[in-house]
Design a protein around this ligand. Structure first.
Ligand code: C2E
Ligand code: CA
Ligand code: CA
Length: 898
């Protein structure tokens, strides 16, 4: 296993759920406890088996003892039969004449004894622990019996055989009993077994007393000495044992012992052998045979004693066995109880701890996913501490959420009211919330301000054009629902430009503010005043009952505007405070009922004020059917022109411009022509004026620029006949009329650049004609011209002399050409003619070229030439012509020649 797999395994083990760890913690000691219990149970079981074995061994000892006694009881009749069979031996043993009787008696006794022995053998089962010893004993017994029955063996030999077998059985008995004690009995049982041993020894010695004495009596020679010693030993041993009651542990055994050793049979024997110990061989053979009965009785007594002693011992062992069984059961029960208890306790603990941890983990996981759940508190101290900490964090997050909710609702104060969270995070959150709230408040303030600024004119504080239109729309909607009438007054100041130019812009502003104040003073509560821009104001009157009242209001406005305005001095320019005067023209339009549009109503009032101005200013005009027709015609013209432009109904005519020095072609002026389908040609000043009312004029200008530059570029290729030879003089230019509105349009420079780029015309061959008024009106127009001049495009001031530009302003005018208006050229008035001479002179002084417009006759040409005019255009040379005609145009030499 590599280190990575080991680490992975370790991680897998560590990442197991807590109940598995706990189970491991519990199972190991439980297993140990189980093992100890099992050992204990094994020990108890062994005890039990031992007790059982001890019982059966003692039973076997009893059986062997019965066999031994039986074998012992065969000895006396065997020896007796052997002795009485031989006359001499019988006589030597003292049997004499009773030999034959005794012989028969011995034969009978022997038969009975052998039957007893055989029964004893048959009682020992094959399963008995004494079975093997018994089988061996039986074999030996057969040999012994055979030897005895053959009658060839000497008495000593037979006695030896029997005594040997008896000793051997005794030995086997002792071994069995020793086996009992070797099983590891308790002390009480061991003492009981010891009693059995003593009783067995007693029975052994007892049953051998008479045969031993008999043997000693019947044997002769050296054998007799040994037999006597043995008999003495047996008798002594018996006596000694009989008196050794103190060694017995059990009181009943002691009683039985005493009874057996002092019973009638025992006393008879004791009395008989009392002298024998001192005088061996005192008792004769027949006397000893007579004692055999007593010996047999005593043997029976002792056998009973042995029986009862064994019973006692077995009872003790059984009791021990029973106790062992009880102990085993108790031990088993205890072990099971301990195991079950431990297991139950472990499971309960584990569930408790694992449950607390799982609930905490669940809560933590859900909090991690953004659910702000309640955190359950339970389990041991550590999980409680963790739960409390998590609950604290959740409470903090809830608070943050409440702050966020408050912010979302726009409840800024609510967002700030929340107690800050503890610690650096809380400070950071609180700081960011405060910052956010401040930013939002600032933004709201700014928005309010901006909304006000967007809707109001900063100079007068009146609603601006957009706001005024919104007010008007609202009023019209309300009026439409109620069927009410709404009035709109368009107020245009007269002579304001003069104040601006003469007294300065600050004075102009002052006048506007004052007029605004006066307008507000004129209107009723509920009427609105707005400023459209420049010197144009509107008054909105709701719920008009009478059109005459609107006219009256308009007259009040005119009167109010007419009153002098005191303007403060200007320290910067050094201008002193003074009174200035303006006037006002008022156009009135009325909307009745539903369906009126604010823009339309405004245009109606506008056209009314236009008429007021054209009818002499300082007056009130009401929009009427005549104006309505005019307005409708203009809108109609506008839409038709828009369509016409799109459909290519417009064309350009080119009027040549002639160089007065040599009569060569200086250039062309491009002039728009519109043949309106179904109507016929529309005069350019008419459709141009209509286009100027909207951005349509920019579309027109863009088209003319492209068309004119493209045409001149083609002519440069084609070289029409009137063109100067290459290298001879300047190349002809093309002049395009640009309206004031287009000049102020932000797209103008782009339009010019695109036209030049599309045609490939060099910029210096394009001339833009503008009227002088546009320069005064708009700084953006001036800036555009300056950039165009810088790029090489020519700029001509059209209709010079009709406007406000004075000759003194020429040096700063962004133009390179002046076009003297036709009215000056055609005039015969000496003053006007003088002015032309002056203009030409001044223009040349400031480096400007001069074009004379509308030259119709030779006289005019001659005079212009005298004044040093550079170029001229007019019917004298050519009318504006379609491009092909203009290309064929030949300079009329006679016209120049004059
Ligand atoms: P304008 O720019 O002053 O153009 C000169 C006008 O004088 C032209 O009138 C021309 O036909 C006319 N004219 C030329 N020579 C003589 C002459 O010897 N005697 C008389 N009586 N008239 C002569 P038109 O073409 O009718 O244009 C009128 C005005 O329309 C132009 O005045 C110009 O202001 C405007 N206009 C014409 N085409 C355009 C255009 O393409 N764009 C713009 N913005 N305005 C244009
Ligand atoms: Ca022109
Ligand atoms: Ca002109």
């Amino acid at each position: 296993m590599g280190p990575t797999t080991e680490r992975a395994l370790g991680r897998r083990l560590r990442e197991r759920p807590v109940w598995q760890h706990l189970a491991a913690l519990v199972v190991v000691p439980l297993l140990a406890t189980g093992a100890v219990s099992a050992a204990s149970v094994a020990e108890r079981t062994r005890e039990l088996r031992t007790a059982g074995q001890a019982g059966s061994l003692m039973r076997a000892a009893t059986e062997l003892d019965a066999l031994r006694r039986a074998v012992d009881s065969e000895l006396l009749p065997t020896l007796s039969r052997n002795v009485t069979r031989d006359r001499e031996a019988a006589a030597a043993a003292g049997f004499g004449e009773r030999r034959a009787v005794l012989y028969l008696d011995a034969v009978n006794r022997l038969q009975l004894a052998r039957q007893v022995t055989d029964r004893a053998v048959s009682r020992i089962g094959a399963a008995s622990p004494a079975a093997v010893s018994t089988a061996l004993a039986v074999q030996r017994l057969r040999t012994v019996r055979a030897a005895a029955d053959q009658g060839t063996s000497s008495t000593e030999a037979l006695a030896d055989l029997y005594v040997g077998l008896s000793d051997w059985l005794s030995h086997a008995e002792e071994q069995v009993i020793t086996g009992t004690t070797a099983t590891g009995l308790s002390e009480r049982s061991a003492r009981a077994v010891n009693d059995v041993t003593l009783v067995v020894e007693l029975t052994q010695q007892a049953s051998r007393e008479v045969p031993a004495a008999f043997t000693a009596r019947v044997l002769g020679g050296g054998e007799q000495v040994r037999a006597r010693q043995r008999a003495a030993h047996v008798v002594g041993s018996y006596r000694e044992l009989a008196g050794a009651t103190a060694e017995l542990s059990s009181a009943p055994v002691r009683l039985g012992w005493a009874a057996a050793t002092r019973g009638a049979a025992a006393q008879e024997l004791t009395a008989a052998f009392g002298g024998e110990t001192r005088e061996p061989g005192r008792l004769s053979g027949p006397q000893l045979l007579e004692l055999a009965d007593a010996s047999a009785r005593r043997d029976r007594d002792l056998a009973q004693l042995l029986e009862s002693t064994v019973d006692t011992a077995v009872a003790a062992v059984d009791a021990e066995r029973e106790e062992a069984a009880v102990r085993l059961r108790t031990t088993l029960l205890l072990c099971l109880l301990v195991l079950a208890g431990a297991l139950a306790a472990a499971v309960a603990q584990g569930r408790w701890l694992a449950g607390a941890l799982r609930r905490l983990a669940d809560a933590a996981q859900r909090v991690g996913q953004g659910e702000l759940v309640d955190v359950p508190e339970g389990g041991p101290r550590e999980t409680r501490t963790a739960a409390r900490a998590l609950a604290g964090a959740v409470a903090g997050l809830r608070q943050v959420r409440e702050q966020a909710d408050a912010l979302t609702r726009g409840d800024l104060a609510g967002a700030l009211r929340e107690q800050p969270l503890p610690g650096p995070l809380g400070e950071a959150v609180q700081a960011s919330v405060q910052q956010l709230v401040r930013a939002v408040q600032q933004r709201d303030r700014l928005q309010t301000e901006l909304a006000h600024q967007a809707a109001h004119d900063p100079l007068t504080g009146l609603p601006n054009r957009a706001a005024a239109l919104r007010l008007l729309s609202g009023a019209l909607e309300r009026a439409g629902r109620r069927g009410a009438t709404t009035g709109l007054l368009f107020v245009d100041l007269d002579g304001f430009k003069a104040v601006n130019d003469g007294a300065g812009h600050a004075a102009g502003d002052e006048v506007l503010r004052e007029v605004a104040r006066r307008l507000r003073g004129c209107v009723r509560e509920g009427d609105s005043v707005g400023r459209l821009g420049g010197d144009e104001f509107v008054v909105l009157v709701e719920d008009v009952t009478d059109e005459a009242a609107l006219v009256e209001l308009g007259e009040r406005v005119v009167a109010a505007a007419r009153r002098p305005v005191h303007v403060a001095g200007d320290a910067a320019t050094g201008a002193a405070g003074r009174s200035v005067r303006v006037g006002a023209s008022v156009g009135v339009a009325v909307a009745r009922g539903a369906g009126e549009d604010a823009e339309v109503l405004l245009a109606e009032a506008d056209s009314a004020v236009y008429r007021a101005k054209s009818r002499g200013r300082g007056r009130v005009e009401v929009f009427d059917d005549v104006l309505r027709a005019e307005l409708a015609a203009r809108w109609d013209l506008q839409s038709a022109l828009r369509e016409g432009l799109r459909r290519g109904e417009l064309t350009l005519h080119y009027q040549p411009v002639v160089d007065l020095a040599d009569g060569s072609l200086a250039g062309y002026e491009a002039l728009a022509r519109w043949d309106r389908p179904g109507v016929g040609p529309v005069r350019p000043d008419v459709f141009v004026a209509a286009a100027e009312a909207s951005s349509l004029v920019c579309d027109l200008g863009r088209w003319v620029l492209r068309e004119a530059t493209a045409q001149l570029a083609r002519w440069r290729e084609e070289r029409p006949c009137a063109w100067p030879a290459p290298g001879a003089g300047a190349e002809p230019t093309v002049a395009v009329n640009v309206s004031g509105r287009h000049l102020s349009d932000p797209r103008l420079l782009e339009d010019v650049a695109q036209a030049l780029q599309a045609s490939g015309l060099p910029p210096h061959l394009l001339v833009l004609e503008i009227t002088e008024t546009v320069l005064v009106d708009d700084p953006l127009a001036t800036a555009h011209l300056q950039q165009l001049r810088a790029s090489g495009v020519g700029v001509a001031i059209d209709d010079f002399g009709t406007g406000w530009t004075s000759i003194g302003q020429l040096p700063t005018t962004p133009a390179d050409t002046l076009k003297i208006d036709r009215s000056f050229v055609s005039s015969t008035d000496p003053g006007r003619r003088g002015l032309v001479a002056l203009t030409v002179h001044a223009a040349h002084t400031f480096g400007l070229r001069v074009v004379a417009e509308g030259v119709e006759d030779a006289e005019q040409l001659r005079w212009l030439r005298e004044q040093g005019c550079d170029t001229a255009q007019g019917y004298l040379f050519a009318r504006p012509m379609p491009a092909p005609e203009a290309a064929r145009w030949q300079r009329p030499a006679e016209a120049l020649a004059v």
